[in-house]
Ligand binder design. Structure first.
Ligand code: SF4
Length: 266
């Protein structure tokens, strides 16, 4: 049976973000209105200067959110704003989380939606990185719990018996040449990032680990592939291999076939 990860809705994150922004507009106006008499008493120009500063910040935020929507729709973003949109997305995550909590929306749904939006923004950058600068990390729970082989640090110890998806990922890493590690937690993942110094990261994990991982490795762009949990969390998890391969193929810059054969001959 082919297991598929569920498709999270990007709309939730954008709706919460737009709601928070609207609220911020009202709060900013109230702050300006209350501050007006005091500022005017100090200097007649101060309310105007304060309004210009507030409007500039709010305009930039609004523009960033609009870019996010364009990015999700797949519309081309101006090169100048691609990085800034990704930065704003990461910066505003906790604002959205707070708004979601007020509306009693589960953290899990927000994190799933955040990962989907983040993936869309990274994909919109159309990055291509060489295989040796692409790092792939997966959690330890992807390995079959009864497997006796030690694959953390060296996944090549996997005997590729087909008992879990680790063997598929090791095969793919050898075929395409990217770095692949199975990590037991965030500390080991960060160590790998420091060691490899990747230009992009692809991670397989649950929505919670993907959210914290994306923010941990920022500004390195990362794509999150949601794991599948037929046995509950953190136990014998799976990954949709087709979805994973698609994520890798989108970002990896593989040499043309003829080119690689020529290299081998040389
Ligand atoms: S595929 Fe590898 S890691 Fe998974 S059970 Fe088999 S030997 Fe163990």
């Amino acid at each position: 049976m082919v297991l598929k990860a569920k498709r999270p809705k990007k709309r939730l994150f954008i709706e919460l973000l737009s709601g928070s922004y609207s609220f911020l507009l009202i709060v900013s106006w109230v702050v300006w209105y209350i501050a007006y008499p005091g500022l005017y008493n100090i200097n007649g120009y101060l309310p105007c200067i304060f309004a210009v500063v507030l409007c500039s910040v709010l305009f930039l935020m609004g523009f960033g959110i609009l870019n996010m929507v364009f990015g999700i729709l797949g519309w081309p973003l101006p090169a100048l704003f691609k990085r800034q949109t990704y930065a704003l997305l990461n910066g505003l995550f906790y604002v959205v989380l707070f708004s979601g909590r007020l509306l009693m929306i589960s953290r899990r749904s927000i994190e799933e939606s955040f990962v989907a939006v983040s993936n869309a923004i990274v994909r919109n950058r159309h990055l291509k990185v060489p295989p040796d600068r692409l790092l792939v990390v997966t959690p330890h729970c992807l390995q079959l719990a009864t497997c006796p082989h030690k694959i953390t640090r060296d996944p090549k110890n996997c005997k590729r018996c087909g008992g879990c998806n680790i063997g598929d990922l090791v095969n793919m890493s050898e075929e395409m040449g990217f770095h692949f590690f199975v990590v037991t937690g965030g500390t080991l993942a960060r160590q790998m990032v420091r060691k490899i110094r990747p230009k992009a990261v692809v991670a397989v994990a649950c929505e919670r680990d993907l959210t914290s991982g994306i923010q941990d490795v920022y500004p390195i762009p990362s794509i999150g592939v949601m794991n599948i949990r037929p046995n509950g969390p953190c136990y014998n998890t799976k990954v949709d291999i087709e979805e994973f391969r698609k994520a890798i193929e989108e970002i990896i810059d593989l040499p043309e076939k003829g080119e690689s054969e020529q290299k081998k001959e040389n």
